[in-house]
Design a binder for this molecule. Structure first.
Ligand code: G6P
Length: 613
């Protein structure tokens, strides 16, 4: 099986002095989803190893390129020379630097520029590789056109008048895969690695089959691909997986999926990392937690205190985030565990409050007007308080200086009638008997939304007596967001725990993003990340990285185990929480790309050992 569980990668040595490395991904200069994080965060480590011998290749989309790409007119290196050759052949090729940390060289190829050849490109895929492309699907057209351009570019790069070095091409995901079968058929002198970050069928099946893992061994891939109407993409993915010299994926969990759905065992596993920035002063991440928790407090006061107050010093913030895949992301287990936690906290007479945020993306009409209005009115209250505070301050100072009995005067007397009235009126019009809304936006599918359905049917609707409160925010958090006005990383820091007990998760960046910020996180043994932690850092499990066992376990078992974890955390003292954050933060080093690119080097070394033809 793959280089999964052993640490052989430590020994990996790839000779960077006689090789060029290109990495191809649809998300180079083009943020769509998770691969963007993988590629972008890895750049500084890649540059450190490969320097000018490294170049990324992606699609050119004008709007994105304007923001992230800076052209160069230095064509002196082999990548530049290959670009000039392509241009001489009449192709549109953009060459420059990606404006991200590390500033890597990048070649961007415009798929639309060869749309006039699409007929031939599709015919070749069918004729040479039996991959049909019926219909006029825009994404398929783009990826096939891009595949043709990528193949042509790589073929220029390996010309002897461009470079005498070995060329390695590392392709990520099926969208850049179409170049692979043609490069092999045309016997191009290039080493190919293909990494799939999930399988197309796996994602679809996991979403639709409650016994996905049990049935995995007997899936008829073609029948299912036709059933889900993704036959072309699945065939492109298979052709890429089978055509590569080295096939890889991101976790042992996904490797199993590849075995059965793509019918090739990955040669190597490439776990995902981050660019971990650790502070020299240990307490710095704790200070940031406090700072951003205060910002979350502002939201919580505006949202809840209108209906009823609670003690913010005794409040814990939990959250989950990710694409809206109710079962795959484990939203179902999370909700069930929260309902159980709520009950247990009430039974045990625990006075703390848990506010749980669901940060995801669902279509909505607008932010709930009441939620916005409350926020505006709270600002008005704040201004009133500041005005009163100033008035009192001034008058108190005067009274103190002229005092003869040294007694503290009744401060209330310093507030004039106007401000007293305004204070009362503002509070009166703000306070309400309505319950705080569990959702911050007006959803398009309010009636059928699964999160809302669960909350309503289990009466977990922010009743005053509930110890667990819910804020479902169907939009990602960003600085421009009217409710939170902070970026996602800041929001994560301000929380106490991230909850991600996924059912289907090839890797899972979200818990890792918590760990990197010293925030405890829950993951599952069905996620690549959880599986990695269990296999390689077992001693950390339970110490701020909690793994819910979902493999061969029932929904009920998983919900109970998660409720246990949450209940235990709720009972920690502040000192315990501070200590746990320190422990978690110190685990983050393991996931720094500086550590994890060793697996990539291993893949390149394996590729070099294979006969190229
Ligand atoms: C950090 C800060 C402390 C703060 C604490 C709150 O450690 O440095 O000043 O009291 O966070 O922790 P808590 O778990 O209650 O949010």
């Amino acid at each position: 099986m793959a280089e999964t569980s052993n640490n052989n990668a430590n020994a990996a040595k790839v000779n960077t002095s006689n090789s060029l490395l290109t990495e191809l991904a649809w998300e180079v200069c083009n943020q769509v989803g998770g691969i963007y994080t993988v590629i972008r965060s890895k750049v500084p480590s890649m540059i450190q190893t490969w320097g000018d011998c490294y170049c990324l290749i992606g699609p050119y989309f004008h709007h994105n390129a304007q923001a992230e790409f800076e052209p160069t007119d230095d064509y002196s290196g082999p990548f530049g020379q290959a670009v000039l050759k392509m241009r001489n052949m009449g192709f549109e090729v953009h060459y420059g630097h990606w404006l991200v940390t590390g500033n890597p060289l990048v070649v961007l190829l415009n798929p639309y520029s060869v749309y006039d050849r699409l007929g031939q490109i599709k015919y070749d895929l069918w004729h040479h590789h039996h991959i049909p492309t019926p219909g006029n699907d825009d994404l398929l057209n783009q990826v096939e056109a891009f595949g043709y351009l990528a193949k042509t570019f790589l073929q220029q790069l390996v010309q002897p008048d461009v470079t005498d070095k070995n060329v390695i091409a590392h392709f990520h995901e099926w969208m850049v895969g179409p170049a692979i079968p043609e490069l092999r058929r045309e016997r191009t002198n290039i080493r190919i690695i293909f990494t799939t970050h999930a399988t197309l069928l796996g994602r679809y099946l996991a979403m639709n089959d409650p016994s996905f893992y049990d049935n995995l061994t007997s899936v008829n891939w073609l029948q299912e691909a036709i059933h889900f109407n993704i036959e072309t993409a699945v065939k492109l993915e298979r052709a890429a997986a089978h055509g590569a010299h080295i096939f890889s994926t991101v976790s042992d969990v996904t490797a199993r999926e590849c075995m059965f759905l793509l019918e090739r065992i990955p040669d190597v596993i490439l776990p995902n990392g981050l660019n971990i920035q650790r502070f020299i002063a240990l307490h710095e991440h704790q200070n940031l937690h406090q700072k951003y928790k205060d910002k979350i407090h502002q939201f919580v006061m505006a949202h809840f205190f209108q209906s009823y107050p609670f003690d913010l010093d005794q409040t814990l913030y939990f959250f989950t985030s990710g694409r809206y895949e109710y079962r795959n992301k484990g939203f179902d287990v999370t909700l069930e565990a929260l309902a159980r936690l709520n009950y247990r906290m009430q039974q045990a007479g625990i006075k703390k409050t848990v506010v749980m945020f669901f940060i995801t993306k669902q279509p909505y009409h607008s932010v709930h007007p009441g939620v916005l209005q409350s926020r505006v009115m709270m600002e008005e209250i704040r201004e009133t308080c500041v005005a009163i505070q100033k008035e009192i301050g001034k008058k108190l100072f005067y009274a103190a200086a002229s005092s003869t009995d040294f007694k503290l005067p009744a401060l209330r007397d310093f507030v004039d009638d106007y401000w007293q009235l305004r204070y009362r009126r503002t509070l009166q019009s703000w306070k309400t008997h309505n319950l705080p809304s569990v959702v911050t936006h007006n959803l398009v599918n309010d009636k059928t939304d699964e999160i809302l359905h669960f909350l309503r049917s289990s009466n977990l609707v922010n009743n005053a007596h509930d110890r667990v409160k819910i804020v479902y925010h169907p939009d990602f958090v960003s600085v421009t967001n009217p409710l939170f006005a902070m970026d996602y990383g800041q929001f994560v820091r301000g929380c106490h725990m991230g909850v991600f007990p996924s059912y289907y998760e090839p890797w899972g960046y979200t818990p890792l993003e918590c760990i990197a910020r010293g925030v405890p996180a829950v993951t599952s043994d069905l996620s690549g990340f959880g599986d990695y932690v269990m296999g390689k850092m077992d001693e950390k499990v339970g110490k701020g990285i909690f793994v819910v066992k979902r493999r061969n376990r029932s929904f009920d078992d998983a919900a109970n185990q998660l409720a246990d974890y949450l209940f235990e955390y709720v009972q920690y003292s502040q000192r315990d929480r501070i200590a746990l954050r320190n422990q978690v933060e110190s685990s983050s080093e393991e996931f720094d790309w500086k550590n994890l690119t060793r697996y990539y080097n291993k893949a390149y070394q394996l590729a070099m050992e294979k006969p190229v033809f």
